[in-house]
Design a binder for this molecule. Structure first.
Ligand code: ADP
Ligand code: SF4
Length: 682
């Protein structure tokens, strides 16, 4: 049953001419589909509307060809040709009682315009905000400014025609032309659009007024604004110009959507920031406006959400990642099913996929972006035509997700896990520095499985082929995971690193959970390039060890850059005194230290240490599979999933476990899915 203290979350909120059904608000965020996969994007958002969110927003929506974001697929509303997609999107969101919001956006000097070939525009001639691209923005003339205002107005009118209820003016993060004008870093003008804050805010004020005049009779006008920036020069701060902007424009929008800039701070991973870390910066906003305020904070704690409303900090609980991890979060809270909530773990795998320019994937929710093309649902699986007895060997996240999905489809499921503890590497890694929220991956699945009468969990049950076949299951699933290689092979090492038997203690990440104490000076060689090398460095440095982190690449933990983490991770390691050695290829391990080559240099260098941890490639063990087959078990009834099939991310392991059970229930192959062709369906 729902606690009465949470009733406040189900009150309607009036936003200008429209009203929400509750306080759950999906703030604008990308799906990775943009204009390229419109049906997938619509399916993604419709599922959230079904799950009970009161407002569902689009991603940043380009308002014209002068702000194309190129390989970063976001939505488009350039002209009337884009209307069918948006009309259908608004209609599918409305079908479930939610309001539809559109975030009109112009990326200003962050635009790419490679597709359109138009110049990138901004307040001044200034380097485009992409340091990797040597281009500058063209300073907008007064007629360019007038043209931009007309473009924004036209897009707002189109948004209204499409049926949206809330039309955004986007002045947040560092991806907005309004931010470029507001900031003294990028606005170097001396006319009425530059200089004083009033002048720098002029364009924003004009566009807010014009949007209101154009669509305000039926649509609410929302302003998304970053009240605090984390940059070194001329930062807009919540105790400075950020506050002044809110005071100046207080009653102009119908809704304030407030957050932090840049996006890498606003979307901090759980490794770098706690739930609700934005609160100290955004708390002041409601004291300056009578209009409703929405804000984000990776909120999954229901008491905290209710308290935020009660104490007058927010009127609406904004969410991007928590709504990806659990599209049904509001419905579960409404029904008091708190234990069923699939809480976001803050790993930023979703951000990584989106940054990579592909459809968003989620570690917690393997069904995200599969709603339309594969017909998957985050809470439901079609009943299996013929329920079977399924034995799953391995209780990591692949095994647990497979078990949960198969059990929901009506099968009788047994999970046998060698260790006392279920959860595999996710359970282990959640013990490391900064990763405790990852434990939610295991807790959610175990919590569900333990309530199901058709599931048996067998911890401390290492299975041999004989045990497996003797179990008498109709189907066997191997979810036995992978192990880190000890032989010094990895993506940069096609031949083993020399000297593994030199007497130097050499470990892999698998040992970290069993070794009682490491010697004082530890060298970590990271040829994996995701989080683990730097997490181990942090973990050991916090325990007082002298740590050297060496990698053959030019940058550390390079994949974490996709998750908006890398720069702050490197800063943290430096603060902890970790010695960083980039572009260093480990040649040999010997008693007392290692030999390595810096970059392409021919000469070798040495570094002393007492132990080495190799974070290189992983390997699978195919023996169990071949031994089971050798006992006559039918190959078509034996499956390998997760890291045991191909070592990868936790998200891939969860997806693999889900995909097997889902496709078995549907009688389909994983390759059977509808292809999105950038045309609206039906
Ligand atoms: P994944 O990410 O694919 O779920 P993990 O490595 O996290 O992989 O989990 C695999 C799990 O399988 C580990 O907990 C491991 O102890 C377990 N396991 C491996 N071999 C066996 C076996 N023969 N019998 C039972 N459990 C096993
Ligand atoms: Fe949350 Fe990770 Fe899923 Fe993103 S991928 S929504 S951060 S659990």
């Amino acid at each position: 049953m729902r606690s009465p203290s949470h009733d406040i979350l189900f009150e309607p909120v009036k936003i200008g001419p429209v009203q929400t059904k509750n306080r759950f608000y999906v703030t604008p965020h990308a799906t990775g589909n943009g204009h390229l996969n419109p049906n997938m994007a619509i399916g993604f958002r419709e599922m959230k509307a079904k799950g009970g969110w009161g407002v569902v927003s689009t991603a940043i929506t380009e308002i014209g060809p002068d702000c194309d974001l190129g390989s970063h697929p976001v939505e488009r509303l350039w002209d009337e040709h884009d209307l069918p997609v948006h009309t259908r999107q608004a209609e599918r969101i409305h079908a479930h009682g939610a309001l539809a919001a559109i975030e009109l956006g112009h990326a200003g000097i962050r635009a790419r315009n490679f597709l359109s070939g138009l110049p990138v525009i901004g307040p001044s001639t200034w380097p485009a905000l992409r340091p990797e691209m040597p281009m500058h923005a063209k300073a907008m003339s007064l007629s360019d400014i007038r043209a931009f205002r007309a473009e924004h107005r036209r897009a707002a009118l189109l948004a209204k025609r499409a049926g949206y209820d809330i039309v955004y003016v986007y002045a947040a993060h560092d991806i907005s032309i309004f931010t470029n004008f507001l900031s003294r870093r990028t606005n170097r003008r001396s006319d009425e659009y530059g200089g004083s804050l009033e002048n720098r805010a002029r364009l924003l004020r004009e566009v807010l007024e014009e949007t209101r005049e154009a669509v305000g009779d039926r649509c609410a006008v929302a302003l998304r604004f970053s009240v605090h920036e984390f940059v070194s020069d001329f930062a807009i701060r919540s105790d400075g110009e950020g506050r002044d902007v809110v005071a100046m424009l207080a009653e102009l929008p119908d809704l304030w959507d407030v957050n932090l800039s840049g996006w890498s701070y606003d979307s901090s991973s759980s490794r770098l920031a706690e739930e609700g870390f934005q609160e100290p910066y955004t708390a002041f906003v409601k004291s300056l406006t009578t209009k409703p305020v929405v804000g984000v904070g990776r909120y999954t704690g229901v008491d905290r959400m209710a308290a935020l409303v009660r104490k007058g900090h927010l009127d609406l609980i904004g969410a991007a990642r928590p709504s990806i991890a659990d599209p049904f979060l509001p419905q579960k809270i409404e029904e008091g099913r708190y234990d069923d909530i699939r809480e976001c773990i803050g790993c930023n795998h979703c951000v990584a996929t989106e940054s990579y320019g592909v459809a968003v994937r989620c570690t917690q929710n393997p069904t995200i972006n599969e709603e339309w093309r594969r017909g998957w649902h985050p809470e439901e699986v079609p009943p299996a035509a013929k329920p079977e007895n399924i034995l799953i060997i391995g209780g990591g996240v692949a095994g647990l997700e497979c078990a949960l999905t198969a059990a929901r489809a009506g099968h009788r499921v047994a999970v046998a896990e060698a260790r006392e503890e279920l959860g595999g590497r996710a359970a282990n890694e959640a013990r490391l520095a900064g990763l405790s929220a990852w434990r939610r991956l295991v807790d959610y699945r175990l919590g569900q499985l333990r309530q199901m009468a058709n599931v048996d969990l067998y911890p401390a049950s290492a299975m041999t082929a004989e045990d497996a076949v003797g179990f008498g299951a109709d189907r066997i699933v191997l979810a036995t995971g992978s192990l880190w290689r000890r032989d010094g092979l990895g993506s940069s090492h096609a031949v083993p690193i020399a000297g593994l038997t030199s007497g130097m203690p050499v470990f892999t990440p698998d040992d970290v959970f069993t070794v009682d104490a490491f010697p004082h000076s530890v060298l970590i060689y990271d040829d994996d390039h995701d989080y683990l090398g730097s997490v181990l460095a942090e973990e050991l440095a916090r325990k007082g060890k002298h740590v050297t982190l060496m990698t053959p690449l030019a940058e550390f933990s390079s994949w974490t850059a996709q998750k908006l983490e890398r720069d702050r991770i490197v800063a943290r390691l430096l603060e902890l005194g970790v010695e960083l050695l980039p572009l260093a290829r480990l040649d040999a391990i010997e008693a007392g230290g290692v030999r390595f080559r810096a970059g392409l240099a021919r000469t070798e260098q040495t570094r002393g240490c007492d132990a080495v941890i190799l974070v290189m490639a992983r390997q699978t063990d195919g023996n169990l599979k071949s031994e089971i087959l050798a006992r006559g078990f039918a190959a078509e009834r034996l499956h390998v999933i997760g890291d045991a099939e191909a070592p990868g991310t936790l998200a891939a392991a969860v997806f693999s476990g889900h995909a097997l059970a889902e496709t078995l229930a549907r009688g389909t192959a994983l390759s059977d899915f509808k292809r999105d062709r950038a045309v609206v369906e039906g």
